[in-house]
Design a protein around this ligand. Structure first.
Ligand SMILES: [Zn+2]
Length: 476
């Protein structure tokens, strides 16, 4: 561990030297305006597209392509690609990870079992990058589209033997001293718990409209009962982008820097549903949030941005049924999520027109017959039938309703971003990021931090049992 750490520190210094040379010759206006990019970041923004395997970023390129031009335009992902990472969990859970084990690896540099929230295979809490950042005087925050106590943010902030202990995880966030928490999850935060947050100096935001004017350095914002609405059903709302922007603004108040986690959580949920139109809209909002961070980094060149996925979901395939075709016009033409189209179809007698209008194409006789049969079996069967229709028309394929074990990509920019070039393991990402944190704890923060740790241990009074391995039916 120590050897690995010092190796990464060495790499960081080497890459800093290389970066210095590279930037001396770089005449991009952003850099010259701000001076030379520092070798080590003051701020780190980690962005996770949950379930965003390589097929998603390729699909997104074609989905966004302007068909009226000769070339295929690059996306933000194409521009920022630097490397790839393996995602397998601890041996006990095989080769295919869930979001909790993957987030544990990314937050702590240690692999654990599927379902683990920053505990090792013996269920002992492992220090996260957010805890290390706090110890060194940095501010920390999260902005996610799932509930804030969901697997990924939970593994960065706290510890639990199971991701499914939502209430325990919500309570434990109280003692993490996290500065900014934005996302969904009202259901898990009863009034009494919110009062405890307020007693600790947090400003509570219960409605998205309050976000813009929020100014307290400590904020907890819960904008949905569980997860936020699908981006496709709130076009132009840009909630993840706005939460990201506000988190950057509030965390910037800390003179010593910050670590922010941003998650496009629902890419994974749409992948589990094998829902291509919803998945692409979630990708679009995540891409938009990346651009918000890029914009921030242009003005603050001491900010490292690292984007990756925790794993791949759904086994998405661009092309299906033996045909060399993927029709993005079909996907782009759908105006709302399939579940909303199905719900409407059940409500109206002239459902054929409603469905046709929402899908953006006229139903064939055969398609109408299939949907008519599905409609009689209720909203769930109808939703599936509509998704199947979109997949058939667009030649989109899926291999599973769960996760797959393919490697994920890494995208990065800013100080020390070259550290992440080429192939690595997901635990290497965490170890490299942690090697970039300041070395010395500030005296002022030592007292504050020791009390935080005491409380954390007390909250996570975890029994040591045999690790429970989650079943493959586990969602997300
Ligand atoms: Zn998932």
């Amino acid at each position: 561990m120590t050897l690995t750490r010092s190796l990464f520190t060495g790499l960081a210094l080497l890459s800093s030297a290389l970066l210095g040379i590279a930037h001396a010759n770089d005449d991009s206006p952003g850099l010259t305006m701000m001076g030379t990019t520092p070798s080590v970041p003051k701020n780190i923004v980690i962005m996770i597209g949950d379930g965003m395997g390589p097929a998603y970023t390729s699909a997104y390129r074609y989905y966004k392509n302007n068909p009226d031009t000769e070339e295929i335009e690059q996306t933000v992902f194409d521009r920022l690609l630097v490397g790839s990472a393996s995602t397998y969990p601890a041996k006990i859970s095989g080769y295919v990870t869930d979001s909790a084990a993957a987030a544990t690896a990314l937050a702590t540099g240690i692999k654990s079992y599927n379902g683990a929230v920053s505990v090792d295979i013996h269920k002992r809490p492992i220090t996260t990058i957010m805890e290390q950042a706090k110890k060194r005087g940095l501010a920390t925050g999260i902005a996610v589209t799932s509930q804030i106590n969901h697997a990924t943010p939970a593994a960065f902030l706290t510890h639990n033997e199971s991701r499914r202990n939502y209430d325990e995880i919500a309570k434990s966030l109280l003692n993490t001293d996290t500065d900014v928490m934005l996302g969904g999850g009202k259901r898990y935060f009863p009034a009494k718990l919110i009062q405890q947050f307020e007693a600790k100096g947090y400003q509570y935001l219960s409605d998205f409209s309050q976000l813009e004017t929020a100014s307290s350095p400590k904020v907890i914002g819960l904008f949905a009962d569980v997860q936020l609405p699908w981006a496709i059903n709130e076009r132009g709302a840009h909630k993840l982008s706005k939460m990201t922007s506000k988190a950057l603004e509030l965390l910037s108040k800390n003179q010593d820097g910050f670590v922010l986690l941003v998650e496009g959580s629902l890419i994974d949920w749409a992948g589990h549903n094998n829902d291509i139109v919803t998945a692409m809209a979630e990708m679009d909002e995540f891409a938009n949030a990346i651009e918000v961070v890029e914009q921030y980094a242009r003005q603050h060149n001491d900010t490292l941005m690292l984007v990756t996925a925790d794993h791949n979901t759904g086994g998405l395939s661009i092309g299906a049924e033996g045909e060399y075709i993927w029709k993005t016009d079909i996907i782009n033409g759908v105006s709302t999520s399939p579940d909303v189209i199905a719900t409407r179809a059940l409500k109206y007698d002239d459902w054929q027109t409603k469905v046709s209008d929402a899908l953006g194409f006229k139903l064939s006789q055969n398609e109408e017959t299939q949907l008519s049969l599905a409609r009689m079996q209720g909203v769930e069967v109808m939703t599936t039938a509509i998704k199947n229709l979109i997949d058939t028309r667009s030649f989109t394929g899926w291999t599973t309703g769960g996760h797959t074990g393919v490697d994920v990509q890494i995208f990065a920019s800013g100080p020390a971003s070259t550290l992440f070039s080429g192939f690595q393991d997901n635990t290497d990402i965490a170890n490299k990021l942690m090697s970039l944190l300041p070395k010395e704890a500030k005296v002022v923060n030592q007292v504050k931090q020791s009390s935080t740790i005491d409380k954390r241990v007390e909250v996570n009074d975890i029994e040591v049992n045999e690790p429970v391995v989650d079943t493959p039916t586990l969602n997300n």
